[in-house]
Ligand binder design. Structure first.
Ligand SMILES: NC(=O)c1ccc[n+]([C@@H]2O[C@H](COP(=O)([O-])OP(=O)(O)OC[C@H]3O[C@@H](n4cnc5c(N)ncnc54)[C@H](O)[C@@H]3O)[C@@H](O)[C@H]2O)c1
Length: 332
């Protein structure tokens, strides 16, 4: 497998994965419609990797555009990141999420089938575990969702299972990501959402750069170490490397892996670490719980370690340093 099509390859996780793919001598082809990314990222990727990267500004829902790529590029495997991911917006505009996330996936699978490309890695999420029965979360835990975004991920997982059942030629890896933060060491690429961020780290960054006045912490009465929510933060470059390992995996069929660190960090712990390593203050206030949030969520990474050899190497301090380094280099 040499030629890898990366859908959504200019986005946060996609761009970091492109870096890891290039480092490992894969030839990368990106399709992205720039709905949540900027074309500048392409130049930055070329600067970091010093490699040729083919880019198509197109929508993955558009089968004709996909066919052109498959005809021209001889794609061996696809990593499918493209999709919308904002939980809150998905509650307000569910159809937008069902349309984009499902349509893009079905179009992609149909075109892959037509061009006999059966190798797929799909970006799923820890959100498919709903409220986990215990911790750490293992891949065989029951699945449920609490918002339309999560439901699109779960539907797609079901589609992929049905597809594999229909034809065992498919070689599918479902990766359930926990909470990716941080940025590439170069500081050239990272996460800087255009709108008000949904996730903690981009929110912290916007407060530190004074684009937002205060970080609201939703609840300090959870059953956790300090009452604030606990999540499994993973450096985006570690997560990205997980995709290289998934491509190299000798095991065939349909496989599902958690990608996290296996450690939980509370909101307050993350904020304090950010303040300490970057020597800045984060203006914060505690407000009431946000509906749908759970106490704690962290992964069991045993399966990914055993079958892929995956182990995150960066700690939370490094994640905070790299996230801030990216913002310092990319804001005035
Ligand atoms: N970031 C997280 O915390 C997280 C956690 C779990 C799962 N995921 C999943 O990982 C994937 C990547 O997430 P991300 O954080 O990099 O998001 P992102 O929004 O930064 O990247 C997604 C990219 O896909 C593009 N895109 C969206 N719809 C498209 C379409 N129809 N055609 C072409 N391009 C399209 C966007 O322009 C963007 O560049 C998503 O599927 C997301 O649901 C993300």
């Amino acid at each position: 497998m040499k030629n890898i099509l990366v859908t959504g390859g200019l986005g946060f996780i996609g761009s970091h994965t492109v870096v890891e793919l290039c480092k490992n001598d894969y030839h990368v082809v990106i399709i992205d419609n720039l709905s949540n990314s900027s074309i500048d990222v392409l130049d930055k990727l070329k600067k970091i990797t010093k490699k040729e990267i083919a880019f198509y500004e197109d929508d993955v829902c558009n089968k004709e555009a996909l066919k052109k790529i498959f005809k021209k590029e001889k794609i061996d495997a696809v990593i499918h990141f493209a999709g919308f991911k904002a939980v809150g917006e998905s509650v307000e505009k569910p159809l937008k999420y069902y349309r984009n996330n499902l349509d893009s996936t079905i179009s992609l699978l149909e075109v892959m089938d037509e061009y006999a490309c059966f190798n797929l890695i799909f970006s799923s999420s820890a959100t498919v575990y709903g409220k986990p029965k215990s911790l750490p979360i293992k891949e065989d835990f029951p699945l449920s969702t609490t918002n339309p975004y999560g439901t699109t991920k779960l539907f797609i997982e079901h589609i992929l299972e049905d597809l594999y059942t229909s034809n065992n030629k498919w070689n599918i890896t479902i990766l359930r990501y926990f909470n990716p933060i941080g940025a590439d060491k170069s500081g050239l690429i990272g996460e800087n959402p255009k709108d008000i961020p949904n996730n903690l780290m981009p929110y912290i960054l916007k407060v530190v750069t004074k684009e937002l006045p205060v970080l609201r912490i939703f609840g300090d009465d959870y059953d956790t170490v300090d009452g604030t929510g606990v999540r499994d933060y993973i450096h985006v470059s570690d997560l990205a490397y997980g995709h290289v390992l998934a491509l190299k995996n000798k095991k065939e069929g349909l496989k599902i892996y958690n990608l996290g660190t296996g450690h939980g960090t509370s909101v307050l712990e993350l904020v304090k670490t950010f303040e300490k390593v970057n020597n800045v203050k984060v203006n914060k206030e505690i407000t009431k719980r946000r509906p749908g949030d759970i106490d704690a969520c962290f992964a069991s990474c045993d399966k990914a370690f055993k079958e892929l050899g995956f182990k995150a190497k960066y700690d939370v301090e490094e994640m905070c340093l790299d996230a801030y380094n990216f913002i310092k280099k990319n804001t005035n």
